[in-house]
Design a binder for this molecule. Structure first.
Ligand code: GTP
Ligand code: MG
Length: 458
């Protein structure tokens, strides 16, 4: 019954489900927090000049409401905003589980047909937050265990995975996958594989780490046997049904069926709009291997969405996204004149997804944005020349500095052009704000994001 009511409301433009999609540390939690703060303060000042409903005076107000899914924890907006705007502002911790939020936006209708019957309307917006690591499970739905093993074999031929996986690969050589099933061997292999994934994440900031729950199990799965399996390098040609290989494969299929499908069925089905957040600047800093890993991970995840009607996820879960916003986050790390380059770069990096989505009739847009603007644009004189720079407090310091963070390329530089220290985009502390109640958080282009994602619903 609720499902039907929800469908009717969405058809009548009264409900929007917004999918906030992004790899780990791309800025999802900060984006959601800022978006809520901007909307809660939408009637109070002119901090959203490109969000027409706010700017035209038709926005009546926004409130957080009880969420529709009572079994999902609530998004802790109050905690996040307290941290961001406290005496010592801090960023939220990496997300370790799922949470949900519902906003009610009340506005004066402009629709000539309905405004006399119902002059004040409400749009409900549902958003979920989750760990970015879990997104990398989506491509697994289309891979058999054998295909997945083959992918990992290929990945481990290249550095840095070649070295980082050595201990795990050496252990794989100590047993035969056709041997009778042995719980101790399976556990040891999966522990070493998980260690390898953690090393990839911590030492190189790699994203393509599957299964996603291995590096971010969430509270419900820590230590569960479903997380005890790993890829094998030698797949036996025949299988007598009671081998290490059979058991690994069985657990992989169980993981897909009960963890991944459940997650996507409950949280990624029936979204109307999607924002894809990408932190390309951090990947630039970490070098070519990390950059290509980030690009490939994101493309792989987006490919799984297959935006048309015939796509795999559409058939499985009934997806029907009609607008996608591609956003390069943390745009306050660069000088304002670099924003067009940042947008062009992201557009290039995800060109295939753009084309496919456009072909299927999905409306797309690319924006460089900052959910919380931590720097100010400034100018400095260097060797007699006036140069643009930014001013902010670096994450590991207490003193503001002014710096020129470097130019953002429009296209991916060739491998040999990634010379050390070519890119140096610093992380900044959130700004200290005198009054967080009278105004939305300082931002870059969140109003344009809101206009694209929600503007046509009012
Ligand atoms: N300067 C600046 N930094 C930001 C902004 N948004 C996010 N960050 C930085 O990016 C980090 C990650 O942001 P989160 O929002 O926690 O990222 P996430 O996508 O939720 O990450 P997971 O929960 O790990 O999936 C923060 O700790 C900040 O350091 C922004 O608008 N400006
Ligand atoms: Mg998060």
């Amino acid at each position: 019954m609720n499902e039907w009511l929800s469908r009717i409301n969405r058809t009548l433009d009264k409900e929007v489900k917004l999918a906030v999609t992004g790899l780990s540390r791309s800025g999802k939690t900060v984006f959601i927090t800022s978006l809520v703060h901007q909307l809660l303060h939408g009637t109070e000042s002119s901090h959203l000049p490109f969000f027409t409903i706010a700017n035209s005076g038709r926005l009546r107000g926004t409130k957080a409401m009880p969420q529709p899914d009572l079994h999902i924890p609530s998004f802790r907006y109050d905690q996040a905003i307290e941290q961001l705007c406290g005496e010592v502002p801090t960023w939220p911790k990496p997300t370790s589980g799922i949470s949900e939020l519902r906003l009610a936006i009340r506005y004066i209708s402009n629709n000539p047909l309905t405004k006399h019957i119902s002059p004040i309307n409400t749009l409900y917006v549902d958003i979920i937050d989750y760990p970015g690591e879990w997104l990398l499970d989506l491509p697994l739905l289309e891979l058999s265990y054998e295909q997945w093993c083959q992918q990992i074999v290929e990945q481990c031929k290249e550095q840095p995975r070649l070295s980082l996986s050595e201990q795990w690969r050496t252990f794989l050589d100590t047993f035969n996958p056709s041997d009778e099933v042995n719980a101790t061997i399976i556990r040891e292999a999966s522990v070493l594989y998980t260690d390898f994934l953690y090393k990839c994440k911590k030492q190189y900031g790699l994203n393509l780490l599957q299964p996603g729950r291995f590096t971010m199990p969430g509270d419900d799965l820590k230590g569960a046997p479903v997380l005890e399996f790993c890829p094998l390098f030698n797949i036996p040609e025949t299988d007598n049904g009671n081998t290490i290989y059979t058991e690994m494969k069985k657990r992989y299929e169980y993981y897909k069926e009960y963890i991944v499908k459940k997650f996507y069925r409950e949280h990624f089905s029936s979204f109307d709009r999607q924002i894809i957040l990408a932190d390309v600047l951090k990947a630039f800093n970490q070098g070519y291997a990390t950059f290509t890993d980030m690009r490939d991970s994101l493309n792989m995840v987006l490919k799984s969405f297959h935006y048309g009607k015939s796509g795999f996820l559409n058939k499985l879960f009934g997806l029907k996204i009609d607008k996608i916003l591609f956003a390069a986050t943390k745009a306050d790390h660069v000088t304002p004149e670099q924003l067009p380059n940042l947008e062009a770069f992201l557009q290039n990096m995800l060109a295939n997804t753009h084309n496919n989505a456009n072909f299927e009739g999905v409306d797309t847009k690319t924006l460089a944005l900052a959910s919380v603007k931590c720097t100010q644009a400034a100018h400095a004189t260097y060797k007699g020349q006036r140069i643009s720079c930014i001013k902010g407090v670096p994450i590991e310091s207490n003193k503001p500095i002014a710096l020129f963070p470097g130019e953002v390329p429009v296209k991916t530089p060739l491998p040999e052009e990634w010379v050390k220290d070519r890119f140096h985009f610093l992380d900044f502390k959130p700004p200290r704000l005198a009054n967080i109640h009278g105004n939305g958080l300082p931002h870059i282009r969140i109003d344009r994001a809101l206009e694209f994602l929600l503007g046509d619903k009012f």
